[in-house]
Every structure is written in structure tokens, then in C-alpha cells.
Ligand binder design. Structure first.
Ligand SMILES: [Zn+2]
Length: 395
């Protein structure tokens, strides 16, 4: 009998499973390490790890955890492989584009290690299903890309008493930590409040260096293995910060906050509405839709007729080099404010960007400045490519 996880209060006591002859050979380099050894490898085989997301962070984490011989991997995802995923989501291949991420990941993991059982959960993680799901696993690996799910994962980990192996990435920067252990801090101790909605751009808006989720996801896999094996010093009470451009790694202390409503006072005794908590109310997400919109077809018709109007592109210069709409004038969102006095409030103005969200902000800004004849190009240059000019490359 052994406990999983062995470093803290036993979450689950199991009879350690025997290793087959094949497995002994496969895990030879682990068995040579006294810190792993036969018993450690058996603990890995007995362990159940749940990965939230089979994307940038989940890809390397799942691949390494499977290769290492973690007996059961649960995967939560509901997305489909898109060609823009392949730059970093290395569990998926070119021929998987259009397939479900779970189906694609399962095929790849089976090839990496047929001894691992993969449990697919093709669903969005919600306040309704998280507790019941987490209860079935020993360690949770958070590979989500948004604040709502991150707080949900954290609170569900606190409530179920499961360690939360956290990672996040943006552009060239990454973070990792281990939250929600018996005595350690949780994500809310570090970040009590989510940022205002729209303040922190997503990777889909701001970009991310493809290898960065490799660095952070591999760290998460390392921490999960350490927790199961009960070796080393897990990143409990420490936040690891990695900057790829500077090749800098540093850790900062994270203290448990005795007043934390999740892990301190336990005021949060059930899962809440995380969209609301993060300020993503239906009214707010509808704000984008509430700005006046114009379709790509309508703008193309205006251009073809020679209508007198301004078409302003608020993307960045390096994006304009990839693709542009003929006739659009570039005013990056960062310098848009300074441009407003030069604009004629009596002229028609159409604002465009990549997908329509930055341009909606510019439209709102102009409305606030008293402009009334201003429209957002719905769906941005991506939809323009779909509906007007397919020669325009999508990125
Ligand atoms: Zn806390």
C-alpha cells in the first residue's frame, strides 16, 4: 500500500500496481534513479493526472507525463485543431487540422506510450462539472488560457483538496507554480482580483513565441511528477517567472494569505459564476456588438462605388505587412487617441483590425468623442478574407 500523493496528506491510498516486463524496460532510465526507482515508477503508474486543455501548455505536459508512465491521464478540451495551433501545440499534427483536439491527442499519446490510459472529457470545464471531475484525479494541471477558467480551476482544487499545477504564457513570458496544497498558497493568494476585462490581451490577440508553452508546460509536467513521487522541492509558495527573450528564470515567494476567501477563510465554499467574477457579464461582452457595425461586403461596395469615407486600420505595422485592405489607412490603436483631433466628425469613418475587437474599442472611443457616423468592420480582415477577397492571407 502506498499513498498518492506521498509528500502531503494522503489523498488516495492504493495497492501499487506491478510493472510488466515491457514497462520495466521502457522505464529503465527512471528505475536507475534512486529518487524514482521501482516504487516511484509504480506510483506513477497508479497516479491519475487531469490536464485542463490540450493546447499549448497541455501538449508538452501530456506528452511528457505519458512518456514518463503516469498511468491515467484525463484530458478536458472541447476545441478542434486549427492550423494556427500547430506553431506551438505539438501534440497535434498537420493532418489533424479539423479533428477534435481530444481525438488527435489520444492518438498521439497512445503512440508515445500504450501503457497509459487516456480519459477524454470532451466538454467545457464549468462550475457544474469541475468538482465531480477533479474528485477523480490526484493532480490537476492547469493549461487554460483565460482568467475565468483559471479561477474556476483554482477554487475547484481548493474545494477538492487537489494540487493545482499552474502555468500561463504570453508573448515571451511565462509563469508556473504549484497552488492549493495543504499548507501552500493558492492562485487567489497571488492574484486576489482578476484584471479588468479586456485589459490583458489573449495570445490570440497579442501572440506567443511557439516554444514558450513548451518551456512552461514541461515545467508543469516536472512539478506533477515531483508531487507524485514526493521528491525534490515543488514550486509551492514560489512563482517561477521565465522570460524567453532575456533567457531569464527567477522565482519569487508567494505567501499564503490567511484572509484568502478560497484557501484562507474558506468563505468560498461552492463554485461561483466565474464569468461574472471576471467582469464578463452578458451586457459587457455585448458592448462589442453594440457598436455600429458594417459588413465587409458593404464596405467593399462602398469602395467600388467610390464613396467618400475614411477606412482606418488600427492594427500594428508588422500586421499590415502580412495582409492589408486596399484603401485602408494605418493608425495603430496605441496612437489612435492622438489621431482623433485630425479626424472629421462629419465624414463617414469605418474602422478595421484583425478580428473586429480592437476596432470596436476605437469606435467606442470615437463615439465618446462625439462622432456619430462611425462603424466597426465586423469580423475584421479575417472576415474580409472569407467574404470579399480570399487572396488576403489570414493570420
Ligand atoms: Zn488562497
Amino acid at each position: 500500500m502506498a499513498t498518492i500523493l506521498s509528500y502531503e496528506k494522503p489523498a488516495r491510498t492504493v495497492n501499487l500496481p506491478e510493472l510488466s516486463r515491457d514497462e520495466v524496460e521502457r522505464y529503465s532510465r527512471h528505475l536507475l534513479l534512486p529518487e524514482v526507482g521501482l516504487e516511484g515508477q509504480q506510483k506513477l503508474k497508479a497516479a491519475r493526472v487531469l490536464l485542463i486543455g490540450a493546447g499549448g501548455l497541455g501538449s508538452p505536459a501530456a506528452l511528457y507525463l505519458a512518456a514518463a508512465g503516469v498511468g491515467t491521464l484525463g484530458l478536458v478540451d472541447f476545441d478542434v485543431v486549427d492550423v494556427t495551433n500547430l506553431q506551438r501545440q505539438i501534440i497535434h499534427g498537420t493532418s489533424d487540422v479539423g479533428r477534435s483536439k481530444l481525438a488527435s491527442a489520444i492518438d498521439r499519446l497512445r503512440e508515445v506510450n500504450p501503457h497509459v490510459a487516456v480519459e477524454p472529457h470532451e466538454t467545457r470545464l464549468t462550475s457544474e462539472n469541475a468538482l465531480q471531475l477533479f474528485a477523480q484525479y490526484d493532480v490537476i494541471v492547469d493549461g487554460t488560457d483565460n482568467f475565468q477558467t483559471r479561477y474556476l480551476v483554482n477554487d475547484a482544487c481548493v474545494l477538492t483538496g487537489k494540487p493545482n499545477v499552474y502555468g500561463s504564457i504570453f508573448r515571451f513570458d511565462g509563469q508556473a507554480s504549484v497552488f492549493c496544497t495543504a499548507d501552500g498558497p493558492c492562485y487567489r493568494c497571488l492574484y486576489p482580483e482578476p484584471p479588468p476585462p479586456g485589459m490583458v490581451p489573449s495570445c490570440a490577440e497579442g501572440g506567443v513565441l511557439g516554444v514558450l508553452p513548451g518551456l512552461v508546460g514541461t515545467l508543469q509536467a516536472t512539478e506533477a511528477l515531483k508531487l507524485i513521487l514526493g521528491v525534490g522541492e515543488p514550486l509551492i509558495g514560489r512563482l517561477l517567472l521565465v522570460n524567453a527573450l532575456g533567457a531569464q528564470w527567477r522565482t519569487v515567494k508567494v505567501r499564503k494569505n490567511p484572509l484568502c476567501p478560497a484557501c484562507g477563510t474558506h468563505e468560498i465554499n461552492a463554485l461561483i459564476d466565474y464569468d461574472e467574477f471576471c467582469g464578463i457579464t452578458p451586457a459587457l461582452s455585448g458592448a462589442m456588438a453594440r457598436v455600429p457595425e458594417i459588413t465587409p461586403g458593404e464596405v467593399a461596395a462602398k469602395l467600388a462605388r467610390g464613396d467618400d469615407f475614411d477606412l482606418i486600420d488600427v492594427r500594428e505595422p508588422h500586421e499590415e505587412k502580412i495582409a492589408r485592405i486596399e484603401g485602408a489607412r494605418l493608425v495603430p490603436l496605441g496612437s489612435f487617441e492622438a489621431e482623433i483631433p485630425a479626424l472629421d466628425p462629419n465624414r463617414e469613418i469605418v474602422i478595421s483590425c484583425r478580428s473586429g475587437s480592437r476596432s470596436a474599442k476605437a469606435v467606442q472611443r470615437l463615439q465618446a468623442a462625439g462622432f456619430t457616423r462611425v462603424w466597426n468592420l465586423a469580423g475584421g480582415i479575417l472576415r474580409w478574407s472569407d467574404e470579399v477577397d480570399p487572396t488576403i492571407v489570414k493570420y
